[in-house]
Design a protein around this ligand. Structure first.
Ligand SMILES: Cc1cc2nc3c(=O)[nH]c(=O)nc-3n(C[C@H](O)[C@H](O)[C@H](O)COP(=O)(O)OP(=O)(O)OC[C@H]3O[C@@H](n4cnc5c(N)ncnc54)[C@H](O)[C@@H]3O)c2cc1C
Length: 325
């Protein structure tokens, strides 16, 4: 009888991403069975104790030469081999760009069901796992269970609190019997954009601008607010399409999906395609000079006003509060 959960932790930028800790915390809360985390790359072994602290009972470190750089088909074969070895009830992937590439490949190899971009996973009254995932661009939420023997889920970042379990996370020796020379595609170089701002998909606070900012140079107002708040910067799609900000800022159905605690939507009308990317935000603060803008229907707090007056005043007030704190 399959038992336990395998958590496939992301290899992005050579460090453990916060979503890895979130996934092992979530998996630990869904026991019975061991939580086995798999890590890749040069730092793989070093991450074992960190993952143990948040709920991994055992950690498989795939740190051989074949796993230093990402290969879609190669990593999928390695994960498949690990799943066959551990025989878990379920497998968690991060719903990041990396996880969205890997999870369907593994599901295909295993002929297993995959629930993608889940915002909750619980155990149903029948004892099976069930997940909640947004549908219709975030307009509705479906509760799904997977009927195949292996159940695969990709988990949206920032939906689960990190819970300390204070374990060590023992290393489980495992070498997948896959032939690295047969990997069909391997990333040859990864270029990360240098930034002192938090990653959009992991950020607690996001300051996001839309076409209401009118010109690229005006984005500086949002940068000042983001600096004062320690926030990441985002945008609606037209702002990125115009080249006012990098495409990595683009949030929504065709951009990044974010789940911050606070999302500032500034000069953004609130089109359904934009809302699809922010349905996981706990609080939405809208600043817009049109009281009829659809964003106010989605927002928890709204300021009807000219962003060119409201944003500098907000930034100044936040700076003043921080100085007096
Ligand atoms: C297939 C498809 C996929 C798409 N995917 C995405 C996606 O992933 N993400 C996305 O964002 N969009 C996406 N879009 C585009 C989407 O439909 C909207 O066109 C877009 O989100 C609108 O961007 P906006 O809110 O910045 O601009 P607008 O709709 O032009 O809104 C600008 C807002 O700024 C306000 N404003 C103007 N001046 C001021 C001021 N001085 N002070 C305060 N407020 C002011 C206005 O009242 C208005 O509400 C997609 C569209 C399609 C067809």
């Amino acid at each position: 009888m399959p038992e336990g959960i395998v958590v496939v932790t992301p290899q992005e930028g050579g460090r453990v991403r916060r979503v890895a800790y979130e996934m092992v915390s979530l998996a630990q809360g869904l026991a019975p069975g061991a939580v086995t985390a798999v890590t890749f790359g040069p730092e793989a072994e070093a991450t074992a104790s960190a993952l143990g602290k948040y709920g991994a009972d055992q950690v498989v470190a795939l740190n051989g030469p074949a796993y230093q750089r990402y290969s879609s088909d190669g990593f999928a074969l390695a994960v498949q081999a690990l799943i066959d070895h551990v025989d878990p009830e379920a497998v968690f992937f991060p719903a990041t760009a990396w996880g969205k590439d890997l999870a369907p490949r593994v599901a295909g190899l295993l002929q297993a069901g995959l629930a993608s971009d889940c915002i909750a996973v619980t155990r149903g009254s029948d004892g099976r796992l069930q997940a909640v995932r947004p549908i219709y661009a975030g307009k509705a939420f479906a509760t799904v269970s997977i009927q195949s023997q292996r159940q695969l889920f990709s988990i949206r970042p920032n939906i689960q609190a990190i819970v300390e379990h204070g374990r060590a996370g023992t290393l489980l020796p495992f070498t997948p019997s896959v032939d690295p020379s047969a990997f069909q595609a391997v990333a040859v170089e990864v270029r990360s954009q240098a930034s002192d701002k938090p990653d959009l998909t992991e950020a607690e606070i996001i300051v996001s601008g839309g076409r209401g900012i009118k010109a690229p140079e005006n984005f500086r107002l949002l940068e000042d607010l983001a600096d004062a708040l320690g926030a990441a910067l985002g945008s609606s799609r037209p702002v990125a399409d115009e080249g006012w900000v990098p495409h990595s800022y683009h949030i929504g159905q065709t951009g990044k999906v974010v789940s911050p605690t606070v999302y500032f939507a500034i000069g953004i009308s609130g089109a359904i395609q934009h809302l699809a990317g922010i349905s996981g935000a706990k609080y939405i603060v809208a600043i817009n000079n049109d009281p009829e803008a659809p964003i106010f229907k989605a927002a928890n707090y709204g300021i009807v006003g000219d962003l060119f007056q409201v944003v500098p005043a907000l930034t100044a007030e936040i700076r003043r509060m921080k100085e007096n704190a």
